[in-house]
Design a protein. Structure first.
Lengths: 317, 238
């Protein structure tokens, strides 16, 4: 476990100096960090608790809309708006979970698509609240401590902080009582109940934490874009991308979602410039390769292999 | 001795099928109740009704005099019921210690103390030397002992064992019987569903025989297995 904290500290340090080394590549890095953070947040529910959601764009949207609408329509400072978004996201996740956790496996997943679609339709149609289909512009932002929140540098550090927080939360969870309860529920709910664990409570907590963290990233995303559209931010494709990022990297692992983000965002960036439209082809190929050859993801598969190797060696001795 | 577990008139129906029909039982503290019967007799359903995994349509269940009929399984665990599963369900990615730790957290929320408790239980079932191995690839006898360790780590007062002996080779069977016997020395009450007659005869203080959802006879193990009704239930009429 100690080594995870060392890796973490090293990565954060690298992250801090990144803008000095590659000042021209800040936007890619911001996207990458946001996806790393979203995928890590998603994984608390999707990986650790084993409840695959294809509705997490709703939480990105909640965070983004609270910040965008709050700052441009109601003159609420973005940090208060983010705080409100965290509460709203937890509440939404709680109600959402209460409604759908009776459903198992793929049925739960389908229900998340349906509920996320409701959010998208509300965002598009309830113009008085959300600015409607045209979206919301963020024109002005306060300048705390003289920081220009529109600058790429500041956006970058916000995204870095977001990704770091999510990974830290998962590292803390992984060794805690809650982390073990999550794994127990994922593996077998009956067996978990025999250990005195209430699966619904555990899944609700996971969903609330996952949703709130995702919304935090959503708020930062809104500031980064400074213009949000309901079609994009509440769209199924974003949910799918967040889920895929975590799945490709390795569900239920600490670093899987980050590796997934590096691969998905990184390759997307490289291939988009060199292959233009063929970019999606490569994206699809990447998914196929992982699903067929590494069903536990890029981090998950070797981890399992290592465990078996170490064990096999000990069994022989 | 006071009653540890009592059930009055338990009836479980699945649609039109009556799986358990008006079964009552009473187990004294520190005793072992054996539950036998041919396949499809309703043993497992009764077992699940007592542990909360199936809700009975009729009847009441009491644990140390407190009614638990409507409690969900995880709450029954919290008030003192532990159980194993017929097909053991270890969390394969986790080590043996972590497997037991999950259950140990129930009574010891602090990780250090929970780990200590889990280690003690592993010691008891004879798996302590393998504590840091992942639970995948364990052989059957060890999987059973791990399953038992998980059930013991919630520190139950009544322990339900679902076919713990099935498939064990003779030495492993002997060990398991010895182990279960020692558990009652610590005043643990045990309800076991079992097909292995050797285990039933050696361990049970009282045996209930079920067939087609009903109790056909009950009593001391020696008497019960010689009962012609029991032989008929198992072998059919000629």
């Amino acid at each position: 476990m100690k080594k995870h904290y060392v890796i973490f500290a090293g990565l954060v340090l690298m992250g801090i100096f990144y803008p000095r080394m590659f000042p021209g590549y800040l936007s890619v890095a911001i996207t990458l960090l946001l996806y790393a953070g979203w995928a890590t947040s998603w994984d608390i529910l999707g990986g650790w608790a084993g409840q695959v959601s294809l509705g997490h764009a709703s939480f990105v949207g909640l965070g983004a809309y609270f910040v965008a609408v709050g700052t441009s329509h109601h003159e609420i400072a973005p940090w208060w708006a983010v705080l409100m978004a965290l509460f709203a996201a937890s509440l939404v996740a709680y109600l959402w979970g209460r409604l759908t956790f009776k459903l198992k496996g793929p049925y739960f997943t389908l229900s998340t698509i349906a509920i996320a679609e409701i959010f998208r339709l509300v965002a598009i149609n309830e113009g008085w609240l959300t600015g409607g289909a045209t979206g919301v512009f963020i024109m002005t932002l306060p300048e705390p401590f003289g920081l220009d929140l529109f600058s790429r540098q500041v956006n970058y550090y916000l995204a870095l902080a977001f990704a770091a927080i999510t990974v830290l939360v998962v590292m803390l969870i992984s060794r805690s009582k809650f982390g073990y309860q999550l794994r127990a529920v994922r593996e077998d709910e009956d067996s978990a109940m025999a250990s005195g664990i209430n699966p619904t409570t555990v899944k609700l907590k996971a969903f609330m934490l996952s949703g709130a963290l995702t919304a935090l990233g959503g708020g930062i995303y809104a500031i980064f874009l400074s213009f949000i559209e309901p079609h994009i931010i509440f769209y199924l494709l974003l949910s799918v991308q967040i889920a895929l990022t975590a799945i490709i990297g390795g569900r239920g692992t600490i670093w899987g979602p980050c590796i997934g983000a590096l691969l998905v965002v990184g390759s997307g960036e490289i291939f988009r410039t060199t292959f233009a439209e063929a970019n999606m082809l490569i994206y699809g190929l990447l998914i196929m390769v992982v699903v067929i050859f590494m069903p536990r993801g890029i981090v998950g598969e070797p981890a399992r292999y290592l465990i078996r190797r170490v064990y096999a060696k000990r069994a022989q001795s | 001795m006071p009653s540890a577990l009592r059930a009055d008139g338990i009836t479980v129906k699945f649609g039109g099928v009556v799986a358990v029909n008006d079964v009552s039982l009473d187990v004294e503290q520190g005793k072992i109740l054996g539950l036998i019967g041919p396949n499809g007799a309703g043993k497992t359903t009764l077992f699940n009704a007592l542990t909360g995994f199936v809700t009975p349509q009729e009847g009441r269940i009491y644990l140390h005099g407190n009614e638990i009929t409507r409690l969900p399984p995880y709450k029954r665990t919290r008030v003192g019921i532990g159980r194993t599963f017929q097909t053991e369900r270890p969390f394969e990615e986790l080590t043996l210690l972590e497997n037991v730790l999950i259950a140990a957290f129930l009574k010891e929320p602090k990780r250090k103390k929970a780990e200590q408790l889990a280690m003690d239980v592993l010691e008891k079932v004879g798996l302590a030397d393998r504590y840091d191995q992942p639970a995948l690839d364990l052989n059957l006898a060890r999987r059973r002992r791990l399953e038992l360790a998980k059930a013991l780590a919630v520190q139950p007062s009544v322990l339900f064992l679902d076919e713990m002996m099935a498939g064990l080779n003779p030495p492993a069977l002997k060990e398991m019987i010895e182990f279960v016997r020692r558990l009652t020395d610590q005043n643990l009450t045990i309800v076991m569903v079992e097909h292995i007659m050797e285990a039933i005869i050696e361990l049970s203080d009282h045996v209930i025989v079920m067939a087609n959802g009903s109790v056909i006879t009950e009593g001391l193990p020696r008497d019960v297995i010689e009962d012609p009704r029991v032989i008929t239930a198992y072998l059919g009429e000629d």
